[in-house]
Design a protein around this ligand. Structure first.
Ligand code: SF4
Length: 447
């Protein structure tokens, strides 16, 4: 059993910026040398056998949350959103025209921004275009990230009629002082009411996103938030730690007027949430997701396995994700390709009939072997490291981690200990040959 002092030393030693490993190589390693020509070639190589997933990015919000790290644009003009949707459906046409087969789709994920800021007519238009170019079945799951402040009973009903089956609500924190600090005020009653209506209308899985490390958060406020969450009993909960990177996301400077919880407090808040959720019947999945035992993600984590992608952990088994929209990332076995984040460039490319790919990376054979190890660590907290291509390079680092009690190495199986699990991103970074060369300050901190 470690003393508080020993634990604090570990936290300060390992609280460094490290990738979240939602991909490998990570987005920081994407480069502009990879362009639309490379992406077109990759689309042409897609086979018809396995279903693929689709990610649709709708980058608009009605108000800026000061902690926001997403690619978002604040607007109050519906026309701007509709114009964007017109471009997006053109992009669907262009991409589909480059794929030699009509592909089956296992899942469609609407992310943002706030996808539910788009009108039902616009969402319906996107789905119509997808249906025109891909095989969407009754089993195809449609997920949507929703801003609860923009939902109402009527649009929940309409979303359900369009086939949306899983909804993720950005809850973040119920404490009013925290909400004021982050510029996102939404009452418990509002979330409770939406949860009830979403269930009544047949949404199969409701997810709440929470964030730790925000200003004004204390052990008491977090307890109150988590008690309220447990009362509403969402099927799934994702607990993210706030990434304070004001040199990249300028608006986060506003939060500089508060004292942000230091690493040891962030760590203990995450542990407090973890213990409380586990005591109340939630299963921990990976580093930051929790699910009720019958939720699909929990079931998958016990059985056929979960995957990690840009949306976090997923039970979706597709190896290929085709991204549409501003900043969207497409993920194939041997390629990542990202669309431009510049609205003007996106609009110009689509209007010229071209793909708006701005950067990406080809995944080498070595990268692919390393990805298997990193994703196993992130999803299962253990990995067979026998195929790691640069083993000599990392043995000293692994020895240090073993001495600290964070990992155990038995033969070729590296396993995180209970103590090491919160530091899994740091352990994963040991295997990442790009990490040493990357600009550390572009990542969120490990704790
Ligand atoms: S709703 Fe989400 S995407 Fe929009 S500003 Fe807030 S955090 Fe960012």
């Amino acid at each position: 059993m470690l003393t508080i002092n020993q634990l604090s030393k570990l936290i300060s030693k390992y609280d460094k910026p490290v990738p979240r490993y939602t991909s490998f190589p990570t987005a920081v390693n994407f480069h502009p040398g990879f362009g639309s020509g490379d992406y077109i070639r990759s689309l042409g190589e897609l086979g018809p056998i396995k279903p693929v997933s689709i990610y649709v990015h709708i980058p608009f919000c009605h108000q800026l949350c000061y902690y926001c790290g997403c690619h978002t644009k604040i607007t109050h003009k519906n026309q701007i959103i509709s114009n964007y949707i017109n471009l997006l459906v053109e992009e669907i046409k262009i991409v589909a025209g480059r794929i030699p087969y009509r592909l089956d789709i296992s899942r469609i994920h609407f992310g943002g921004g706030s996808p539910n800021y788009a009108s039902i007519r616009d969402i319906s238009k996107i789905l119509d275009y997808l249906k025109e170019h891909f095989n969407i079945h009754t089993e195809t799951e449609i997920d949507m990230e929703c801003d609860p402040r923009l939902l109402c009973e009527q649009n929940i009903k309409e979303l359900c009629m369009l086939g949306v089956g899983r909804v993720s609500l950005g809850v973040q924190d119920f404490d009013i002082k925290v909400q004021k600090a982050i510029n996102r005020i939404q009452s418990f009653e509002l979330i409770a009411q939406h949860t009830q209506v979403l269930r009544r209308e047949g949404i199969k899985s409701i997810n709440f996103d929470l964030i730790t490390g925000l200003p004004e958060q204390t052990s008491e406020t977090i307890q109150d938030t988590i008690d309220k969450v447990i009362e509403l009993r969402p099927d799934r909960i994702a607990v993210f730690s706030y990434a304070h990177v004001p040199w990249i996301k300028k608006h986060q400077k506003i939060l500089g007027r508060y004292t942000l919880p230091p690493p040891s407090v962030r760590f203990s808040l995450s542990m407090q949430i973890r213990e409380c959720l586990k005591k109340n019947g939630y299963k921990q999945i990976g580093i930051d997701h929790y699910g009720l035992p019958n939720d699909k993600l929990s079931v998958a984590s016990e059985g056929f396995g979960i995957k990690r992608n840009f949306q976090g952990y997923s039970d979706d088994q597709a190896d290929t994700i085709i991204g549409f929209g501003l900043s969207a990332i497409s993920q194939f076995s041997f390629v990542y390709a990202q669309n431009t984040v510049e609205f003007d460039v996106y609009s110009r490319s689509i209007n010229q009939g071209q793909l708006p790919t701005s950067r990406g990376i080809k995944v080498s054979r070595e990268d692919s072997l390393i990805r298997d190890i990193i994703m196993a660590l992130m999803c299962l907290f253990e990995a067979d490291i026998s195929r790691y291509p640069y083993r000599m390079r990392i043995m000293n680092l692994l020895e240090d981690l073993q001495k600290e009690g964070l990992v155990e190495l038995k033969g070729n199986i590296l396993a995180l200990t209970e103590l090491g699990m919160p530091f899994v991103r740091t352990v994963a970074a040991v295997f990442d040959p790009y990490y040493e060369q990357s600009e550390g300050n572009r990542h969120a901190r490990a704790v």
